[in-house]
Design a protein around this ligand. Structure first.
Ligand SMILES: Nc1ncnc2c1ncn2[C@@H]1O[C@H](COP(=O)(O)OP(=O)(O)OP(=O)(O)O)[C@@H](O)[C@H]1O
Length: 444
């Protein structure tokens, strides 16, 4: 029987590691196909549920590749986990197969821009991916040469290996590049790639699909890139609980027969729908619930396992977001979550959050920023989809404020942040009183 790591039972070495592995394998009797529950697994077409509109639109745009024509550029936007990568990959895969049967050299180069850094690294990474796809080496070094030479190498590789190539640039808004250059790197990349065909850099048809969670990204694209990129927009909206349920039902064979109790899928779908209808989260909840049930030696995954999984997944997400952020951002988040915990609506107004932020910085004796900086830091945090912001008006003569709303339970965010020992001097009772006093003052 697996041992609960939190229990007080003393650990005893009873057998070999092999015995332990075999014992664990025996108790792992609920999940049959774990890969179906992996968030980045590319699933078969018959598991795709809904998204007919987006699938039809994208197919309509890209299908011209099978006649050797250049497909238009695309801009796919919508919150995370709404199927953007899934749908573009599925369409491209089918086009690839059809092109193969017609002897058209079609390539799909997918790059996630999250950790790429600069324009030079992005161009090199694209060249590396093309060379991998073609099974040939990149003929320029990664470092110590101008970006121009990397472009030349990329064009050479494209020219030699493709008739048509689609560059799928995921999380493109993350490719900001060096701060001392006004135009963001993603804008310069879009400009160069989208004019590659027309400027004789390459004979191949080059098409670019930009993917982002940030619907406002195009607003930061420079004017020359805007006029050469001119994409077709495809919007991916949130899934509702019914759609998430369908997505999960199409993966029930990830579990053994009768391993799921009836309420598991509806509950996981409902939890995931609470944020913004993120299919990745729904799938993640199922996997975590299944693993918890297996570890506990249960016969079935139950509603309680999903609830336990929801706590765990929420905590992990907060941890993931907060791991890399500055102490000041943590303080802003802590203050705002403390207010949202007590308003009863999961929301906090920026002036209230700022008052609590001031209390926190005083208590911890750290730098205190102006309200505008606090608001900007909170706005930056909205990119992680932990918190959203909306501008609200106080009335015709009193200006406006931002309302922050949390998809997750603000108490979880607080608990997770407070695990940071730097916040030990913040006592929860006192924090609650400060928030209460502020909310009372505001309502007067
Ligand atoms: N309509 C759907 N049918 C079946 N599975 C789906 C559907 N939409 C999303 N999924 C699954 O949800 C997970 C996330 O989907 P995907 O990666 O396509 O989202 P995304 O919109 O690209 O997210 P991000 O912006 O975070 O990259 C994947 O495991 C995918 O298989």
């Amino acid at each position: 029987m697996p041992k609960d790591p939190d229990s007080n039972t003393p650990s005893t070495q009873t057998g070999s590691i092999k015995d332990l592995i075999l014992e664990q394998e025996e108790s792992a009797s609920l999940i049959r196909n774990r890969s179906l529950l992996e968030p980045n697994e590319i699933v078969d077409e018959d598991r795709i549920v809904g998204r007919d509109f987006q699938l039809t639109e994208i197919t309509q745009h890209l299908r011209v590749a099978i006649n050797g024509e250049r497909p238009p550029n695309l801009f796919l936007y919508g919150p995370s986990g709404t199927g953007k990568s899934l749908i573009i990959n599925a369409v491209c895969q089918n086009i690839l197969e059809l092109c193969e049967s017609r002897d058209i050299r079609f390539g799909v180069i997918h790059m996630n821009c999250q950790n790429v850094g600069t324009l030079g690294s992005a161009v090199y990474e694209l060249a590396r991916k093309v060379s991998n796809d073609a099974g040939v080496p990149v003929e320029v070094p990664e470092h110590g040469i101008p970006t121009k030479k990397k472009w030349r190498e990329l064009y050479r590789l494209i020219d030699e290996h493709y008739d048509t190539v689609v560059f799928v640039l995921d999380e493109l808004d993350m490719l900001v590049g060096r701060r001392d250059i006004d135009e963001p790197a993603f804008s310069r990349l879009l400009y160069q790639l989208s004019r590659a065909g027309s400027s004789d850099e390459t004979r191949a048809n080059v098409s670019v699909t930009a993917i982002t969670n940030d619907a406002t990204m195009m607003g930061n694209v420079g004017s020359r890139a805007v006029s050469s990129f001119t994409p077709e927009d495809v919007h991916f909206n949130d899934y509702d609980a019914n759609q998430l349920r369908e997505i999960l039902y199409h993966r029930t064979d990830a579990f053994y027969e009768d391993a799921l109790s009836d309420d598991v899928i509806p509950l996981a779908a409902a939890f995931a729908a609470q944020t913004h209808g993120d299919a990745r989260k729904a799938i993640d909840l199922m996997r975590t619930a299944g693993s918890l049930a297996e570890r506990q030696g249960a016969d079935q995954v139950s509603e309680n396992h999903v609830r336990e999984a929801q706590d765990k997944v929420e905590k992990n997400r907060v941890l993931e977001v907060t791991r890399g952020i500055s102490t000041q951002k943590k303080l802003c988040l802590l203050a705002t979550a403390a207010v949202a915990r007590q308003t009863g609506t999961g929301t906090a107004k920026s002036p209230n959050g700022y008052t609590v932020y001031q209390y926190l910085t005083d208590t911890l004796d750290v730098d205190q920023y102006h309200q505008e900086t606090y608001v900007n830091k909170m706005k930056e945090l909205t990119t992680y989809s932990l918190v959203e912001s909306k501008r609200k008006s106080q009335g015709p003569h009193s200006g406006s404020y931002l309302e922050f709303s949390f998809g997750e339970n603000p108490a979880t965010i607080l608990d997770t942040l407070r695990e940071d020992s730097r916040f030990n001097d913040v006592h929860d009772d006192e924090l609650r009183s400060v928030v209460k006093a502020q909310l009372r003052k505001e309502s007067q």
